[in-house]
Write a protein that binds this ligand. Structure first.
Ligand code: SF4
Length: 280
């Protein structure tokens, strides 16, 4: 039978609230054992034989997912991998670009990815540089593998809100992509240009656009993204503004959630957040 936080509190813990485990109360510790898989032995007052006794029961409920706090990145990744499970490597160059090569560990698709290259095997994805992909990156990459629909970009650009069914995601784009970019590069257009050049962006400023800085990026061969940036003008009371535009074909290649994840990745890279620890 599964152990609830109350069971752990009542049956196993000394209930002294001594805080030596780093939690304020024994009950708080018990909740973490159940929902976050915190090891029982983090409480130094539980005898070793009791830890050993309850370990199999806890393991069983963890494996069954009972009371475990949901991990949205992990859930999204499992879903994306399931979607991509039926992909055929041989179809990929026609659908999403890149080329098939024989790597040391088997046939794979070599696919340009920002300044790096993805090596896509039938059983997994890694970068050529060895840089680790965080889980959110993996989510949009696997979704692209599953969905990527061969249609090349048309050169007609749309803001996220112009793409159907994105209303609920516009706020995420503002909070996680545009506002951080505005905050970081307001009054620092040279820094923005340097970061964009470093990321392989092509400056398009002045080509039919009103923005002060316009860059075109190719995170993936079928997925161009345009960044438009207007600097703050304190004398007029204007704050800086950043906006991303996507080719009208983007939803043939990514689901809406993945468009946000890819945009966050672009934004993080521009801001020099190269550490690929999870950005949950
Ligand atoms: S160390 Fe053990 S006894 Fe002390 S508060 Fe934490 S769970 Fe309770």
């Amino acid at each position: 039978m599964a152990l609830s936080a109350i069971d752990i509190y009542k049956k196993i813990l000394p209930k002294t609230n001594c805080k030596e485990c780093g939690y304020l109360t024994c009950m708080a510790f018990a909740s973490m054992v159940v929902s976050e898989k915190l090891p029982l032995e983090r409480c130094p007052h539980i005898p070793a034989d009791a830890v050993a006794h309850y370990h199999p029961e806890l393991l069983e409920q963890y494996q069954a997912g009972k009371w475990i706090k949901r991990d949205p990145a992990q859930d999204a990744l499992v879903w994306a991998k399931e979607r991509a499970a039926s992909m055929n490597l041989a179809d990929l160059p026609g659908r999403i670009g890149g080329q098939l090569i024989n790597a040391d560990d088997g046939l794979c698709l070599e696919l340009p990815y920002f300044q790096d290259v993805l090596l896509i095997f039938s059983n997994g994805v890694r970068t050529k540089s060895g840089e680790e992909l965080n889980r959110w990156e993996q989510v949009f990459i696997y979704n692209h593998l599953a969905q990527g629909g061969s249609e090349p970009p048309t050169g007609r650009w749309k803001a996220l809100e112009e793409i159907p069914n994105t209303v609920s995601k516009v706020k995420s784009m503002r909070e996680h992509v545009e506002i951080p970019l505005q905050t970081r590069f307001s009054g620092h257009l040279q820094d923005l240009r340097a970061a964009a050049d470093n990321l392989g962006g092509r400056e398009m400023t002045g080509q039919d656009k009103t923005a002060q800085v316009v860059y075109l990026f190719w995170p993936l061969p079928r997925i161009p993204v345009q960044l438009m940036f207007w600097d703050a003008d304190p004398s007029e009371g204007f704050e800086a503004k950043a906006s991303l535009l996507f080719d009208e074909t983007i939803t043939r290649h990514l689901d809406i959630e993945s468009i946000i994840f890819l945009s966050e990745q672009l934004s993080r890279r521009l801001m020099g957040e190269t550490d690929n620890s999870e950005a949950d």
